[in-house]
Design a protein around this ligand. Structure first.
Ligand code: GDP
Ligand code: MG
Length: 443
């Protein structure tokens, strides 16, 4: 998978001082293969890799990041850019009902999405009206009615008199109905076929002409991989649309489709649908999708926060101490760094952002935030001499510290043990080039 490949590539970069041309080429090759495997279209891959190479050459080696992290950051930034940068929000009509029309192949998830979107709008205080214009499949109208009921949203469906069998007439009538009944958003669900089909395109185009939608949204199953681009292009030519909705993101699709569609059609992905429940719906976040494509948790967020938060001077000081030039690493340093780490956000959040933490979820959930407070209380009950030279903390001192901090002697013991462990680990990290923003992290 893409994530495995990138991880391997970046492993090879670990410990290097800066990026050489050969490093950049090797990395670019891996990213190229990986993106192709994630179903990203070839022209998109080419542009993407070129952009990453360009930036990798230009970028200075930033202090807080090692080369591997730096490449991850560049790849991530470029992914976000290609995915559209900012989330594109829905446009609402200034006057009269906003008309949203959904188009896409059969099974793409339009009908499900219509109800999800209606619920989402309702929760924002709007009053949506769902419109059943899929008159091809026998059960389609009923499916929308069932979903509408679940969402608590009214469904406008064909009845004798408002155009049985004619989706264009139903669509037109629904807008009049919305005006009359004061619904402020009309969501038009349309029919799809299993493949691209001229008749279907024409029907969608006729509905579009009849209701002049404020937003035409192309709905596409994220699982269809490489086929997504061709379908997206066909709908762009046949119907035209303003934005894209990716569905079934709860499956194991890596998101290659999102990358390709955005790049090939120039239309932003606006919404993401990820599950069978009506609440499994959200506006599309390019940065989250980039992380998903990289499959690295929110490690970049973590790196960025570390860059911002971790005081460079302190990092330097600590590094000097660890390399033996600035004296030994003390409990004071330990405390100071723990406070720096805390600034990054809650411990459990930080741990949750690290990749490969899936198996540790249970431990994460049991992590006690107050642990840092306890550790601080204990260290503050030590004398300066003890903090500077933890080896001198013998049994009677431990008893005194425990009493002073209101903790048990066993707590003091475990803290001192942990400190020595952390010091050992940091010495190893300092030699092996670990993550500079994270020393002193307990646990
Ligand atoms: P339409 O033909 O475009 O209207 O597609 P439907 O809304 O009828 O959806 C087709 C199938 O995909 C149904 O079985 C839905 O329950 C399912 N489906 C729709 N959206 C999602 C989603 O985000 N995740 C998953 N897992 N299934 C979905
Ligand atoms: Mg449908």
């Amino acid at each position: 998978t893409l994530s495995d490949r990138l991880a391997d590539t970046f492993k090879n970069l670990r410990g290097k001082g800066r990026l050489s041309e050969a490093d950049i080429d090797a990395t670019a090759r891996e990213i190229r293969i990986a993106l192709l495997e994630a179903d990203v279209a070839l022209p998109v891959v080419k542009d993407f890799v070129a952009a990453v190479k360009q930036r990798a050459r230009e970028e200075d080696v930033s202090g807080a990041l090692n080369p591997a992290q730096q490449v991850i950051k560049i790849v991530h930034d470029e992914l976000v850019t290609i995915l559209g940068g900012e989330t594109r929000r829905m446009r609402f009509a200034k006057q009269g009902p906003t008309v949203v029309m959904l188009a896409g192949l059969q099974g793409a998830g339009k009908t499900t999405l219509a109800a999800k979107m209606a619920l989402w709008l309702k929760e924002q205080g709007r009053s949506p009206l769902l419109v059943a214009c899929d008159l091809q499949r026998p059960n389609a109208v009923n499916q929308l009615q069932v979903n509408g009921e679940r969402a608590g949203v009214k469904v406008f469906a064909p009845e004798p008199g408002n155009g049985v069998g004619d989706p264009v007439a139903v669509a037109r009538a629904s807008v009049e109905e919305a005006k009359r009944t004061l619904h402020d958003v009309v969501i038009v669900d349309t029919a799809g076929r299993l493949g691209v089909d001229a008749e279907l395109m024409q029907q969608a185009a006729d509905i579009r002409d009849a209701v002049s939608p404020d937003e035409v949204l192309f709905v596409v199953d994220a699982m269809i991989g490489q086929d997504a681009v061709g379908t997206a292009q066909a709908f762009l030519d046949g119907v035209g649309y303003d934005g894209v909705v990716l569905t079934k993101l709860d499956g194991d699709a890596r998101g290659g489709a999102a990358l390709s569609i955005r790049q090939v059609t120039g239309r932003p992905v606006m919404f993401a649908s990820a599950g069978e429940k009506l609440s499994d719906f959200d506006v599309f976040h390019p940065d989250r999708m980039a992380s998903r494509i990289l499959d690295m948790g929110d490690v970049l967020t973590l790196i960025e926060q570390a860059e911002k938060t971790f005081d460079q001077e302190q990092a330097l000081k600590a590094a000097e101490k660890l390399s033996g030039r600035g004296g030994e690493f003390t409990l004071d340093d330990f405390l100071e760094q723990m406070q720096q780490v805390r600034k990054l956000g809650s411990m459990s959040k930080i741990l949750g952002m690290l990749p490969g933490m899936g198996q540790m979820r249970e431990q994460l959930e049991n992590f006690d935030e107050r642990e840092i407070d306890r550790i601080q209380a204990i260290i503050r009950s030590m004398t300066p001499a003890e903090r500077a030279n933890p080896k001198m903390i013998d049994g009677s001192r431990r008893a005194r510290i425990a009493k002073g901090s209101g903790r048990a002697v066993s707590d003091v013991n475990s803290l001192v043990d942990r400190f020595f462990e952390a010091r050992k680990m940091m010495m190893q990290m300092a030699r092996g080039g670990g993550m500079p923003g994270m020393p002193g992290m307990p646990g």
